[in-house]
Design a protein around this ligand. Sequence first.
Ligand code: FE2
Ligand code: FE2
Length: 315
Amino acid sequence: MTAKIKATDRMCDILTGDYMLVLMLGRFGISLGFGEKTVQEVCQEAGVDTNTFLAVANFNIAGADGAAPYTDKISVRTLISYLENTHTYFLDFLLPQIRRKLLAAIDTVAGGKVAYLILRFFDDYQNELRKHMASENNRTFPYVRELLEGRLPQGYSIEVYSRGHAAVERKLGELKNIIIKYYKGGNDAHQLLSALADIFFCESDLHQHEQMEDHLFVPAVQRLEEKVLAGQAEPEQQGPSSREETLSEREKDIVRCIVRGMTNKEVAEELFISVNTVLTHRKNIARKLSIHSVAGLTIYAIAGGLVSLDEVHLS
Ligand SMILES: [Fe+2]
Ligand SMILES: [Fe+2]
């Protein structure tokens, strides 16, 4: 099966096709403003594992089949961080926003018992969701982090998690129906309908989140458990910084020249070496840093203090 979104696609192109992918960026900790860069370049610069990004992006638009080419290559550590950020988005942003809109729209005096019950139903649901996500944050993910370190904690497994993993969005469907069928009136029709639209969105986003846990996260952790049991697990890298090799002084000189906007020939003349040697250094730099663009090198050079901002050539 061919994936719809590939590492070489321009990030801006994939986002304009699906707004869900825009939300996904925040959950991966990727900022906007990436110009013409490819998915791979943006991920590398943000320190996000590209295969995990592609698995999640393709899952979002085409389900488990769409993600299939990347599922074996998922970084479990990156996926956990994505899921944790998604929990934070629901609990600290989306649900409080829906509650504020409901409060503003629902007239608890004129709306009588139904209005009161709607708010209570919502609060109970919020608490239930908080418990569900707290259990994943505090029990499941720490268990998986132990696995990533090559240890197999006793008394818990991904099978236990998977068996008890309940659908959390169903109650939102009920709430939606209660409001549509039984609530009359309110202070502000636009506000109420906007809250209702947010509930629709939250329901489908939560469903997607659960599907991802069941069909991306669980299988990835099962593979990890098998490796740890077989004693083959290699501790997963913490992030790009731990994968980076140090640049030699000569390679740093090359980086300084490149980010000042010099061509290979100019670099060769400046450093009294051949163009071929410059090219070899550039290849080694790209391999060591996993950075393949001048823009990426520029960020690396500024962040690492190799050059100052006013020295770089911004095209
Ligand atoms: Fe979750
Ligand atoms: Fe869950």
